[in-house]
Design a protein around this ligand. Sequence first.
Ligand code: GLA
Ligand code: ZN
Length: 666
Amino acid sequence: MTFKKVLFGGDYNPEQWPKEVWTEDMRMFDLASINSATVNVFSWAQLQPSEEEYDFSQLDDIMEMLKKHNYQIVLATSTAALPAWMSRRYPDVNRVDFEGRQHKFGHRHNACPNSPTFRKYSPLLAGKLAERYGDLSEVACWHISNEYGGECYCENCEKAFRVWLKKKYQTLENLNDAWNMTFWSHKIYSWEEIVAPNALGDAIGTEKTAFAGISIDYRRFMSDSMLQNFVDEKNQIRRFDATTPITTNLMGTYKGLDYFKWAKEMDLVSWDSYPSYNTPASYTAMCHDLMRGLKNGQPFMLMEQTPSQQNWQPYNSLKRPGQMKNMSYQAIAHGADTIQYFQLRRSKGACEKFHGAVIDHVGNEHTRVFKEVAELGGELAQLGDSFLTATTPAKVGLIFDWSNYWALEYTSGPTIELKYVEQIHHYYQELYRRNIDVDLVPIDGDYEKYDLLLAPCLYMIEEASAKKIEKYVTAGGTFVTTMMSGIVSQSDNVHLGGYPGPLKELLGIWVEEFDALPPETHYQVVFEDGRQQDCRMLCDIIHPKGAQTLANYGKGEFYQDTPAITRNQFAKGAAYYVGTMLSEAGMTELFDLILADLDIPELILPAGIEVKTRIKDNQVLKFVLNHRNETVAATLPFNGTDLLAGQACGGDVELEPFGVKLIAVK
Ligand code: GLA
Ligand code: ZN
């Protein structure tokens, strides 16, 4: 699935402006080589002024104008914010929040996913839009709703939850068992006794819960409910438009939705990237890789990024000169085939008036931001389709799993410091530092193709997944996992018989206990070469059952000199266990050991320089990115033509602040 050319544009809201402004917009967008606009994201109230009445006249005008100017249109369905009449006439569309409060009207992303009214009117609108605009060749992509997320705890949701549970567990006995309901006298005797796990039920604040089994199932159910909303609209679009790709904009590591499951229903993955001033480049890189991983390596759309600053963050720093361009190429380097902004023109009122835009409040093209956008637009036009559909050649897979994310973070103990995404990033970062390409993969992915498979904190795992990993290692794969892995099955009940449950044999160890270190405490591990490295957060007490010890704990604790890191030779492969959270230097030492046995090319460059590879028709493209706001010299082990500068490049190079080179390797 792809586009004819790189879409360069973004969210465009002409409905907020008089028509003279539209003419100005067209003139200015042209100066910036903008070729695409995402329209109709929040217009439900205009499109349907009342229950009985639809009015497409303004959207017709917008579409007409975009067609006339040859735009590739990303057409949204407008269902992410309810019209006020609907909230008033049909209160079932309004969400009930975590505290149990029924909302009236306001904000956006506000529909109850199980509201009969919403489920009637949102697909209806999507269908009407598809009927009207679906055969336009300018419509490049459908954009259903916007940033699905949040949750609802209303009675309709509660009822639908019971139906969902009946389908999953069949009998109350199975459900009582799965949720371990003999604990705290929770056993239930009727499906009606099931309540949604919010503040009025089993939740302990928004982060913890008395019954993880219930809360995890509720998350799965909410994710499925919203996915059903997406599918409802998609089905209506497909009645009138059989081919145009359909997407919705995702949010990276957003916790609430199981994006691997969602991606199966999406033709294309698109996402909104909003790093803050202190987000490490490696974190953004990881999010891009996750988005690319959702559809097994298929290129994705960068649906939104700000050209300059955000407004929702606590400190909305400007992107420095060159930085937006750098971030755009970083997205492309990781698999993006579009560059789109939120937003093309900065709104004059409401809460996003200080959000960056291609056209600022001053209203002309003589701004730093506009000039940088135009420069990038020019470059992308010149690059044409040179990278479109190019693939990423990763030899390393990193498992990311939403059920596990929920389970790990709901669990009470051993430490509140354990955050799933942080642990994933901790491992990702070390590979990133070495410029090793990584695919983020689901627990049921095809990882046979990887030489190395990582699964940090794989706390929740089924027997079948453990068998799949075992098969991978048996055939010669190398597997790395860590503390808090192999502990529970799908509803958070512990695999009895010792940790790490179904991974014990593969890892050749038994973990007897895990010690939580208070935040002010660090400890040490000592590698076989005698080098000592810091560790923190958790220390597993490990008994080798066939595994070899790579590092022991240092002196001081009652578990001093016992194994902290192990390696088990298993058939043709190897399985590593890291029983603690290592410092960065510790990670470097560990990965020196792991990678020594593998044939995975790495490239160590000065800090802040990233190199990523995409391949198209056997042409290797190397993206060289300087994420620092200063000139950096580096020696590249390849050369070719820098497609941006139009000249030979390679070997010793100088990268300007936030500079980028895109080298077609000889
Ligand atoms: C999200 C939304 C946009 C806008 C931007 C602002 O990504 O999809 O509508 O609110 O955030 O950053
Ligand atoms: Zn609801």
